[in-house]
Ligand binder design. Sequence first.
Ligand code: IPM
Ligand code: MG
Length: 370
Amino acid sequence: MAANKKLLMLPGDGIGPEVLRQVRRVIEWMDRRRTVTFDVEEGLVGGAALDAHGVAVTDETIAKALAVDAVLFGAVGGPKWEGKGFDKRPEAGLLRLRKDLGLFANLRPATVFAPLADASSLKPELVRGLDIMIVRELTGGVYFGEPRGITDIGNGERRGVNTQVYTTSEIRRVAAVAFELARKRKNRLCSVEKHNVMESGLLWKEEVTALHKESFADVELSHMLADTCAMQLVRNPGQFDVIVTDNLFGDILSDEAAMLTGSLGMLPSASLGAVDASGRRKALYEPIHGSAPDIAGRDLANPIAMLLSFAMCLRYSFDMQEDAALVEKAVEAVLAGGMRTADIMQPGMAKVSTSVMGDSILRALDKLAA
Ligand code: IPM
Ligand code: MG
């Protein structure tokens, strides 16, 4: 039997622990079927790590994250830790993980689940069957650019600075991931920047164009300004297949795309590093939604985004396509059966808790695997 697969779970804050608990149950279910075994370690991140260690992630946790095959991340943040300096915020833990693991490619699918097409704020005919993949650059741009900071410039004035910066290789490696994904989908890539006002955007466009010509001429490439893309996403989202964009635009556009689906509590994401000599890559999987402190600890949260993030982990880190599809099918079966957590509740459906949603998904897995 192949070596156990090593996972690090970082539940974090708010609803993070309760949604990751449902993933644990699916992992135990898989272990029982003996098709695959996982070694699961757990660690602290975000506010939980700040409370215990005074930092949003410790060096030991980073070392563990570097050693495992994949990291499963819940969510970080909450009112308790607001108003602190940037390095004392829960988010600093997530940003350090992304940077130290070199997770430059963030895959954020925006998919509409058929039973939820009516939950979108757009007309159902605009979103039915929607399946967009946003590839967001995750370790560069304004999130990490130097110089940055707030300085006193006298006379009661202060100055806040951040730097938007990209290099050729940073642009090309994320664009390559996006081109390759497009090839496995509808073969269309839209590259998004603001070359009309930003040098970094102009470079982005030129490098993507050059890479396309050199290595991906078979993929249909288009370019769009970020503001136009924001507009087109609500006007006619069906025109998009894969979108590749920088860290900040990707942050914003992926929230917009996620909301179109009417199912923010449903959407997973994968953050991937470069493929190494042994063919493996560092990876972190997390739901798109945040820590939802208002409902934390009340068994109300939707665990589906976290479960689907685990499915992405099976797909991208372990090449377990069948098992990934099994988890996804179980989710769909439960939704088709009318179960809804509060965030996706619709008239006539059955409102269930986090744990009952977990129970139902396990039962659906039993049925599908029988
Ligand atoms: C996201 C989040 C993070 C980001 C925050 C929590 C730092 O909004 O993953 O989209 O801005 O990248
Ligand atoms: Mg965001």
